[in-house]
Write a protein that binds this ligand. Structure first.
Ligand code: AMP
Ligand code: ZN
Length: 112
């Protein structure tokens, strides 16, 4: 989608702090981190959110990056949280499917 910021970040059209990527998905640091590690994983193809006809290959590619991000950021042993905000009640502000990977701090049992 031509005016979508995450499309431009995922494709490299706009430079970003990329953590890792594969053929179908990219992982880059959140511009306003909510934890010591806060990385976004997005598909390279545009989908508004998880309700927008997301194919299994794309989901697999995103999921693969969860583990890679965790290992690269050193939170695979300590643990982390993955969040996928969808729609207004969840506070989705960027309408391009993304997973938040949050870690590097003890989050306890709040919210989830
Ligand atoms: P959500 O509320 O789930 O839609 O989250 C959107 C996230 O995107 C927020 O955590 C923002 O800080 C982050 N964000 C917005 N613009 C950028 C950007 N240009 N680069 C990196 N992260 C961004
Ligand atoms: Zn997009």
């Amino acid at each position: 989608m031509s005016d979508c910021i995450f499309c431009k970040l995922a494709s490299g059209e706009i430079p970003t702090d990329m953590v890792c990527e594969n053929d179908l998905a990219a992982a880059f640091r959140d511009a306003n981190p909510q934890a010591p590690v806060h990385v976004l994983i997005v598909p390279k193809a545009h989908h508004d959110n998880i309700l927008d006809n997301v194919d299994a290959q794309t989901l697999a590619a995103m999921t693969e990056l969860v583990g890679e991000v965790a290992r690269r950021e050193g939170i695979d042993k300590t643990g982390f949280r993955v969040i996928m905000n969808t729609g207004a009640d969840a506070g989705q502000t960027v309408m391009h499917l993304h997973m938040h990977v949050l870690g590097g701090i003890e989050m306890g049992e709040g919210l989830l």
